[in-house]
Design a protein around this ligand. Structure first.
Ligand code: ATP
Ligand code: MG
Length: 402
């Protein structure tokens, strides 16, 4: 079947009241940005729906892209026609014929947002249903268990016909919740935390603490690869790489081994906070999950939180490892995350890290370090990578969104 367009629906956006058009515009821009490299594509917006014109497009490729767009609740390849009922029944019969095999049943579901249309939804169902039965010999109506459901949406501008409704990723449009900084290690958890944050509409930047030469180029590449995967969902993510070797060596030299994990986390938080302030990012995100390891007990989280004045979002806090692993597989980060290269956290790992660190002891151990100097030296040497997944020429027509 040759479809004319893809009809797109968005869920939570409809809750956004007066700001709704801002969210819709952002969603439209995000969709179009993901279609860089496609032939120029026309996107139009009507109340509560958006449409992508399929002329000259590869339907499957477009569906694959839409499948990764946060903010879309569902979408359907559709046939577009006018308001003439004989045209509607003809197109409906053609669409159904392409979907049915031999003798099979169907059901019509009509939605009429154009209230001035001359027929009621039930009348449209009756009329189109009769026409289909007369044209397609062995076909019959079954409203309880139809083989195919054909939807008719009579809208102000056009009438749309479709049979498939693909579920979108839901969530909020990326970018509308503000910019945040994800602490991204090469592990399983933090990419999943980044994905879930993107799903709540944040604009993501990532920071990776790199302990060269103890953690080699392969770990760095692994983190870059993870950002590339997250880019499928979140656009153009910046990655900041902060040199962490000096801090780790000083920690090993000066602090009691059982406290090095806690203090290392606090150093990461201090550096991430300084970077976030400099780049005007509004919160930090980690892949921590309560009780998973020594640094993720409530006592540890308390002393770790104390060194930052930014909110720390922990999207995985209530998830167990199996749930996180399943989510990592679902979003495509798992295979990269499990590549066996050391992270800076696994280096110099003490035999018994403190599970319930106390504030006094942390402060006393940190007094052996020159914290400000370590932070400012690391930040003076940050490496930045902007990983834009899309290629080719952009051809975006946003006239209808201004
Ligand atoms: P992950 O799978 O994300 O590495 P984890 O279970 O191994 O998590 P930890 O090693 O304790 O947990 O790390 C807790 C969190 O600290 C990570 O989820 C991540 O947000 C942050 N983190 C750890 N190491 C780094 C690093 N080298 N660079 C940036 N952030 C890090
Ligand atoms: Mg880790």
């Amino acid at each position: 079947m040759i479809y004319d367009c893809i009809l797109m629906r968005y869920g939570e956006l409809t809750l956004k009241g007066k700001n709704r058009h801002l969210f819709e515009n952002k969603l439209a821009r995000n969709i179009l940005a993901k279609l860089k490299g496609f032939p120029p594509v026309k996107l139009t917006k009507t109340s509560g729906r958006m449409f992508l014109d399929l002329q000259g497009q590869d339907l499957d490729a477009l569906l694959a892209v839409l499948n990764n767009v946060f903010g879309l609740s569902s979408f359907s390849p559709a046939i577009c026609t006018g308001h003439d009922i004989s045209e509607i029944e003809k197109k409906a019969a053609q669409l159904l014929q392409s979907k049915l095999t031999q003798r099979s049943s169907f059901k019509l579901v009509t939605r009429r947002s154009l209230k001035t249309f001359s027929m009621l939804s039930s009348e449209i169902n009756n009329r189109v249903g009769k026409f289909i039965c007369s044209k397609l010999g062995d076909t019959y109506v079954d409203v309880h268990e139809p083989d195919v459901t054909l939807y008719i949406e009579v809208r102000k501008e056009h009438t749309y016909l479709y049979t498939d409704i693909f579920k979108g990723r839901g969530g909020l449009t990326v970018g509308i919740s503000g910019p945040v900084l994800l602490l991204l290690s090469g592990g399983i958890d933090s990419p999943v935390a980044g994905y879930l944050a993107l799903k709540r509409g944040v604009e993501l930047s990532c920071v990776y603490f790199h302990s060269h030469p103890f953690t080699g180029g392969k770990v760095k590449q692994k983190v870059i690869d993870l950002v590339h995967i997250l880019n499928n969902y979140g656009g153009c993510i910046k990655l900041y790489i902060i040199p962490f070797t000096e801090t780790q060596l000083k920690l090993r030299e000066k602090c009691r081994p059982s406290y090095t994990v806690t203090i290392m986390r606090r150093m990461m938080m201090r550096m991430a906070t300084a970077l976030a302030h400099e780049k005007e990012l509004l919160a930090l995100i980690t892949g921590e999950s309560l009780g998973q390891v020594a640094s993720q007990t409530l006592e540890s989280l308390n002393v770790i939180n104390e060194v930052t004045n930014l909110p720390i979002l922990r999207p995985l806090i209530g998830m167990d490892k199996i749930e996180i692993v399943n989510r990592a597989k679902y979003i495509g980060t798992y295979e990269t995350s499990i590549l066996p290269y050391d992270d800076c956290c696994t280096l110099f790992l003490p035999k018994s890290p403190k599970i319930r660190p106390t504030r006094d002891e942390v402060n006393s151990q940190e007094s052996f370090l020159n914290i400000d100097e370590l932070v400012s030296r690391a930040l003076a040497n940050v490496e930045v990578k902007i990983l834009d997944p899309s290629q080719g020429k952009v051809n975006i027509d946003l006239d209808c969104f201004t």
